[in-house]
Write a protein that binds this ligand. Sequence first.
Ligand code: FE2
Length: 256
Amino acid sequence: MKKITVLISSVVLAFGVYSCDQPQSNNTDSANNDTIASERNLGNPADVKTDSGPFQLPELKYGYADLDKSIDAETMEVHYSKHFLGYANNLNKAVAGTELEGKTIEEIMKGMDMNNTALRNNGGGYYNHDLYFATMSPDGGGQPSGELSEAINTAFGSFDELKNQLAEAGGKRFGSGWAWLVVDNNGNLAVGSTANQDNPLMPGLEISGTPILGIDVWEHAYYLRYQNKRPDYIDAFFNVIDWNLVAEKYAQAKAE
Ligand SMILES: [Fe+2]
């Protein structure tokens, strides 16, 4: 009996070694196959649909792989089609049959009952990710111009100092959360951070105002490529910021 067991083990081991050896005999083909399989599995962001309800996922203006200089395609796919979708679906469930069904997401944020955990987490998750995905672009990076640039210089002294403050806000946020650039209640730019899926529209937080840029510092936003190096992710994020859109949001917030 012992001999039979040893024989079977040897056959299994030999087959295992043989199988493991095969991809190594042609690494290029293997890498190509992995890429093809990965691309096939990622799907199309346009196919991602929410369950019924007033809050839908916004269309992405780029593909999952288009921000690869800063964020890998798999992270983008999971972030958009799983995390963002989950917040949207759960927000729709939270507002179903309530007076909130007819309100905008901004109205819901400003009137948030901070003891309503489901609405706070999922409403915040929906609002925050809507802004996050909108303010990235394959053509992003560089520096803003015009009125936003002037306002940054007035508030922070320079663009580099704004960048430093955003990186510090995101880097120091313990656990999960967001770093924000907001137009505060006096119309000035300010930087801060919030925990979990809170945001500066919600009442009673350490930073208050209208967000025009949010950096997601949850691990799901960066862990596949950056692991524990959150500062590297934040640094790379600056290369995909769509400053034209941030400038539009700045103008809208100032006009409110
Ligand atoms: Fe996220």
